[in-house]
Structures are given as C-alpha cells and as structure tokens.
Design a protein around this ligand. Sequence first.
Ligand code: HEC
Ligand code: HEC
Length: 308
Amino acid sequence: MSNFWSIYIIAIVVINIAGCAALLFFTRKKKESSTQGKTTGHVYDGIEEYDNPLPRWWLWMFYITIIFSVIYLVLYPGLGKFQGVLGWSQVNQYNEEVAKADEQFMPMYEKYAAMSVEELQNKPEALDMGQSIFANTCFGCHGADGRGALGFPDLTDNDWLYGGTPEQIKKSIVDGRRGLMPAWEATLGEQGVSEVIHYVLSKNNAERSFREELVEAGETKYNQFCAACHGKDLTGNVALGAANLADTVWLHGGSISMIKNTVANGIQANMPAHKDILGEEKIHLVTAYVYSLSRDEQVQALEDGGQK
Ligand code: HEC
Ligand code: HEC
C-alpha cells in the first residue's frame, strides 16, 4: 500500500470515529427536560414523532462501541499501514500455531525420520501423518487423492517423469522440478509437427493406421530433434524429466489436437521446492505416503514379471 492510500484510509477512519463521538456529544447536551414530551411536528398516518432524548442505555452502548474501536485500532492492524502495537497478523498467528503443532509432533517426526521409506510402508500411523501433510500442502496441485490433473502428474500410477524410487520422489519434493520442453512450431513448421506426431502415435498406438509417408518423414525428424531427450525408443529420460511417449499416459492431454499443441508450443512446468516449506522430517513422511500410493501397482508389476 502506498503512503497516500495509507493516510487516506487513516483520515477516513479517524474522521468517522470523531464524527460519531461529536454527534453523540451534542445530542447528549440537549437538556432532557426541555424537549421531554414534545413532538417534532412530524405526523405520519396518525403516528407522531416525539423529540425525546436518546435513552441512556443506548447512549452508553454507543460510547462503549467508540471506546472499543479506538482501543482495537491501537492494538491491532486497521489504520492504513499501522500494524498495531501488538504486532498481530494472520501470518504470525498461523506460524505460531504451526510451530506449536510441530513442537508437539516433533518427537514422532524424528522417530520416523530415522526409519527408511520402505520400513514406513508398514507403519500406518506414519502414512496417516504423511497423508495429512499431503492434504495440507500438495492437494491444491495434485488433488486430494494424488491423482493430479492436466499438467499436474498423477502420483498414484506407476508412470514417473523423474523416477519413482523413494530417493527420486524425495528429490522431486525437496528441490522441486522444472519440466522444460522446447516449442517446435518455429523449427519444424506445422507440417513437421504433424509428421513427428504421426510417427510418435504410430509407435504409441500400433492398432491405429497412419499414412506411411507421414510416419517416415516423422521418424527422421524425431531422431534428429526429439530422440536426444525422449530416447530412440520413445521411453523418455528420468534424468531430464522427459516424458515417456511410448505409453498411454499423457500429462498434457492425449487427444491429437492437445499433443499438437504441446509439441508446437512446448511446456514449462514447475513443481515448487518444498525443503524450506516443510523441512526434512515432514518431507520424509510425505515421501513415504506418496511412495505408498503407487506401491500396489509396483508390486503388481513385479508379479507380472517386471513389465510396466
Ligand atoms: C530438451 C529436451 C526435449 C526435447 C528435445 C523434446 N522434448 Fe518433448 N518433453 C521434454 C520434457 C522435459 C517433457 C516433460 C514436460 C513436463 O515436465 O511435463 C516433454 C514432454 C513432451 C510431450 C508431452 C507428453 C505428455 O505426457 O503429455 C510430448 C508429446 C513431447 N514432449 C513430444 C516431443 C517431440 C515430438 C519432440 C521433438 C520434436 C520433443 N518432445 C523434443 C523434453 C524434450
Ligand atoms: C504449485 C503446484 C504444486 C504443488 C503445491 C506441488 N506440486 Fe508436485 N508437481 C507439480 C507439477 C506441475 C509437477 C510436474 C512437473 C513437471 O511436469 O516437470 C509436479 C511433480 C511432482 C512429482 C514428480 C512426479 C513424477 O512423475 O516424477 C512428485 C513426486 C511431486 N510433484 C510430489 C509433490 C508433493 C509430495 C507435494 C506436496 C509436498 C507437491 N508435489 C506439491 C506441481 C505441484
């Protein structure tokens, strides 16, 4: 807030309170006996308006309200930029409450921090704590159940941009991730983008048939421009966060027009770093929880002979 607006607001508030006080002061001075029983002369539908002084109890309520507002504005923020002598703020109050809760839970956090993410899979209380941290911190982007949305990865499947081991998941949370995919429209042109997508989809969805010459032209371009990040076999690269293009999971939309849009315009995705927001102990618990979400699928995959 600029100084001008701050002073403007302070002036309005002070003038209003002073105005109320003045009004009250002058009404009070009116001699009680002088007007008692007289009418103001207004008559409406046979109802006359008396000019009696305001009742005492009502006046006192008014005084108390004014005194309260003055005390309040001295103690708490309300007058422009003035923060109030108590220094209270919503943020401070929130931080104090979080600090109190942390102090209470810290022994538990520390106990679980000493165990590995795999060990925590058999500790339901630890996973519950991880879940409540997730619900507070992550759900806005990944959904309450971790299933994500367009552009926000599903954390419950076994498809990972950056890898699904406990270490890789933890690194995603601690340092955050930046998914950068260049825009290709300028380099390849509309025709080139279309060809390369034909090639990708021909590999991705073998049941559909595509025009042979488009697929061939696309293959050359894919190897030249895309393979460095997405791999010759299209399976992606967890070190770069380059998506797997050989599966049916499309983070940015799987319709042909959406894929075209992705390739033509590129992607800039951002998973924020949480090391300063949550701290090591809580990150450990939320990692265990996220790991548990996809574990059923991972176990299933192992039983199926290691195939995804
Ligand atoms: C510099 C590395 C790089 C190159 C080169 C690259 N990509 Fe990507 N691509 C990425 C990354 C990283 C992502 C994941 C973005 C994210 O974080 O969501 C991605 C995502 C995609 C997606 C979205 C996948 C999904 O699940 O929605 C498509 C489609 C895609 N790339 C196609 C291509 C094609 C086609 C080319 C070649 C013309 C190409 N990419 C070249 C890095 C690259
Ligand atoms: C502001 C939105 C936002 C918040 C909050 C957020 N994330 Fe993310 N997260 C993302 C985005 C976007 C990506 C994908 C990044 C990319 O495409 O490169 C991502 C990626 C991830 C990944 C990597 C997924 C993969 O496929 O490798 C993990 C793990 C993850 N988030 C966990 C969490 C956890 C746990 C929290 C809470 C502590 C959290 N995220 C909070 C937006 C968010």
